[in-house]
Write a protein that binds this ligand. Structure first.
Ligand code: ADP
Ligand code: ADP
Ligand code: ZN
Length: 214
């Protein structure tokens, strides 16, 4: 099962992608997480990506596509995967389709998690990320047991630099210009599925399981 998560920054793609990966035993591939890991490890890719990410801009397609194409060809992706944060532009979607076509494969579902802009800034200002394992929480909607400390690994939680309101507004603009056109792209292919992302996390997941099948 090959799944793509679509939606604005903060719509809940990562939250749902992790649950999907767990339930269906497929890898969760987040390009944002891959870039952040590269930044943390000080790699060349990380250095290049950081300048764009800090500004709320997209990392250029050529830096993203090769990475994803390599990743989906790995052994653990044989039974599928859930892509979170990729594709984000039409050229990225075309690159993925071309790679899959050369393997005789295609994307099965593009799940669009819909949340209106006015709710996004609130979601993002409350998002907290673990510096150790990358787990995501929310001050109000997904709080940790002990304040400021990751439930999973005990490391410290931070507000991502690019989750500050001014950068979030920029990222939303980029989303509408560059990423939203993918909704029509996948609708045209007949694989678009839409879910209401304003519901509780558990209800959003129920709606997704209804689409994917138990
Ligand atoms: P994305 O991957 O789309 O950027 P996340 O999954 O990181 O979004 O979610 C953004 C923030 O909103 C996180 O702090 C997360 O805990 C919270 N969140 C996710 N889904 C919901 C939901 N259905 N209701 C309320 N808050 C949510
Ligand atoms: P969010 O979960 O809030 O939507 P991500 O973690 O997916 O954010 O992405 C963080 C940043 O990483 C983006 O703002 C962008 O700069 C970069 N990035 C991640 N995935 C891509 C991609 N597919 N194409 C271009 N840039 C990307
Ligand atoms: Zn952690």
């Amino acid at each position: 099962m090959k799944i793509i998560m679509l939606g604005a920054p903060g719509a809940g793609k990562g939250t749902q992608a992790k649950k999907i990966a767990e339930k269906y035993h497929i890898p969760h591939i987040s390009t944002g997480d891959i870039f952040r890991a590269n930044i943390k490890n000080g790699t060349e890719l990380g250095k290049k990506a950081k300048t764009y990410m800090d500004q709320g801009a997209l990392v250029p397609d050529e830096l993203v596509c090769d990475l994803v194409v390599d990743r989906v060809r790995q052994e653990d992706c044989r039974n599928g995967y859930v892509l979170d944060g990729f594709p984000r532009t039409i050229p990225q979607a075309e690159s993925l389709d071309a790679t899959l076509a050369s393997l005789g494969e295609s994307v099965d579902y593009a799940i669009n998690v819909e949340v209106p802009d006015e709710k996004i800034v609130n979601r993002m200002s409350g998002r907290r990320a673990c510096v150790g394992c990358g787990a995501t929480y929310h001050l109000v909607y997904a709080p940790t047991k002990a304040e400021g400390i990751c439930d999973t690994c005990g490391a410290e939680l931070i507000l991502r630099d690019d989750d500050k309101p001014e950068t979030v507004l920029k990222r939303l603009g980029v989303y509408h210009n560059e990423t939203q056109p993918l909704i029509d792209y996948y609708r045209g292919k007949g694989i678009l599925k839409e879910v209401d992302g304003t519901m509780d996390m558990a209800d959003v997941f129920r709606a997704i399981v209804e689409i994917l099948g138990a």
